[in-house]
Design a protein around this ligand. Structure first.
Ligand code: LCS
Length: 399
């Protein structure tokens, strides 16, 4: 259904639904790899692009297209593309917009593998990249070279919760002939719409808030312009990063509750951030909803709420982080984020343990940083869990 003139909640429920002859209330799973043609002429017509229909699931499938259409409507974009993972979305964007000799500007605190794949695989194809503090437009400008083609942003960033002024950065980038891509995973379209702020392409790890139930891995791209949407779709189809029909069905089911999940998790997060900020074992809390948040004017300008992701620093440093991880009982000690269940992780001892301290510091990851993805449990239970684990952290000093 086309819900472009409807409200966001209506788009979530009905946007893009595939209407079949049986009147199914939910888009069915077309779990098929291929579609038969009525005759040779029909096949030729579809292959030429003149006829409407399906050929092969990597190129298009009704279940996947229903999700793609919904995501495009949610992000106010022209075309949506569903992919097998967030990283498939990242590599599809890089492959579509960058060629040998081109340069990309990105954030020093971008999701690690988004930088890693560029600096290994794409660097091998002759593409260069710079990683700067994108919260400062002057740093972005200073990184510009005559061959800069893509500005790749993440706001808020993972896990440092740094924001980029998407409108200002997009205006500058467009004047310099660059394409602007924004990874909107941390906000979801409930809280931020990068295309409305001037970006060209929005990217999601659908694994996170959009699906929201920690049961699939997926990615998505939404382009504002028709030519970009076509180029991205063609690149995805050639490279083979398509989503699977069953995966698309799961996301369709999960995304319907996106708004109520995000708003509820955000409510919990605001209370937890305040609790942490007042805790004697906690040195600092980085949460866009706090009065102490350094970029709070930007939150007001481009986000409709502070979200459910935060990071905080423990006064006791690395050891305190390890102790907290080993004593939480309700929060799951796990990577990923944006699910209904609360997840906690300590990058210095877990995900980033393999990096040198210098490399971690460059990415803004201090030894005491804890990342917290707040879920939709009862907030009192989450605070009780943190309280008992932080008591163990406090006991370290007595030893
Ligand atoms: N972009 C962001 C901001 C992410 O956080 C992730 C994954 C990706 C892209 C890649 O998406 P994927 O291929 O995993 O669907 N973030 C993860 C994290 O913080 N912990 O585990 C994965």
């Amino acid at each position: 259904m086309d819900t472009s003139d409807k409200g966001f909640s209506t788009k979530l429920i009905h946007g893009g639904d595939f209407q079949d002859e049986l009147g199914s209330a939910v888009t069915p799973i077309y779990q098929t790899s291929t579609f038969s043609f009525k005759n040779v002429e029909h096949g030729a017509n579809l292959f030429s692009g003149e006829g409407q229909g399906y050929i092969y699931t990597r190129l298009g499938n009704p279940t996947i297209e229903a999700l793609e259409s919904k995501l495009a409507q949610l992000e106010n974009g022209f075309g949506g593309i569903a992919l097998s993972s967030g990283m498939a979305a990242v590599t599809t964007v890089y492959s579509a917009f960058l060629r040998q000799g081109d340069h990309m500007i990105s954030s020093r605190s971008v999701y690690g593998p988004s930088r890693g794949v560029m600096e290994t695989i794409f660097a091998g194809f002759g593409i260069t990249s710079s990683y700067v503090d994108t919260s400062d437009l002057e740093e972005i400008k200073a990184a510009h070279r005559p061959n800069s083609k893509v500005l790749y942003l993440e706001s808020p960033s993972n896990p440092t919760i740094e924001l980029v002024d998407i409108r200002a950065a997009s205006e500058w980038a467009h004047k310099n002939g660059m394409i602007v891509v924004v990874d909107n995973t941390f906000c979801s379209p409930v809280l931020q719409k990068p295309l409305d702020l001037g970006a060209d392409v929005v990217l999601h790890s659908v694994t996170k808030f959009i699906n929201g139930h920690a049961d699939i891995v997926g990615g998505a791209l939404v382009a504002k312009r028709e030519d970009h949407a076509k180029l991205l779709k063609k690149t995805m189809a050639m490279m083979g990063g398509n989503m699977d029909p069953h995966q698309a069905y799961m996301v369709q089911r999960g995304v319907k509750t996106l708004e109520i999940r995000v708003l509820r998790a955000q409510k919990n997060a605001a209370l937890i951030a305040e609790y942490l900020e007042n805790h004697e074992e906690v040195d600092w809390v980085m949460y866009p909803g706090l009065a102490s948040f350094p970029q709070k004017e930007l939150v007001q300008k481009q986000m409709s709420g502070p979200g459910a992701m935060m990071s905080f620093g423990l006064k006791g440093g690395f050891e305190a982080g390890v102790t907290l991880m080993n004593h939480v009982k309700l929060a799951l000690l796990a990577v990923s984020l944006g699910g209904v269940e609360t997840l906690i992780q300590h990058p210095a001892s877990m995900t980033h343990a393999g990096l040198s301290r210098e490399a971690r510091t460059e990415a803004g990851i201090t030894d005491n940083l804890v990342r917290f993805s707040v879920g939709i449990e009862n907030v009192e239970d989450l605070i009780d869990d943190l309280e008992q684990a932080l008591e163990k952290v406090g006991a370290l000093k007595a030893v």
